[in-house]
Design a protein around this ligand. Structure first.
Ligand SMILES: [Zn+2]
Length: 84
């Protein structure tokens, strides 16, 4: 099947990936991790290399949601498997 995720249909939402928010304890800020693949299939914790230089252990399931078109993010991966 051809990739349809770039197709522009006004009635359907485009795929901008998913956002997993996590708190950076070192700086006290909320970071956003963008992931292309739907993370729902595997909700094991991930280890995120944060911008602060530390690696934060993040629980996936409660914070997963669709990313909106122009929503900024701090980090990006294709799959959460990269962080396990
Ligand atoms: Zn951090």
């Amino acid at each position: 099947m051809p990739q349809a995720r770039r197709a522009r249909k006004p009635t359907e939402r485009e795929d901008y990936g998913w956002v997993i928010s996590f708190g950076c304890k070192s700086t006290g800020t909320l970071r956003r991790l963008k992931v292309d693949a739907d993370p729902a299939s595997d909700t094991r914790p991930i280890e995120v290399p944060c911008l602060c230089g530390e690696i934060h252990r993040v629980i996936v399931s409660p914070y997963r949601r669709r990313r909106s078109a122009d929503e900024p993010f701090d980090l990006e991966v294709e799959s959460l498997d990269e962080l396990r």
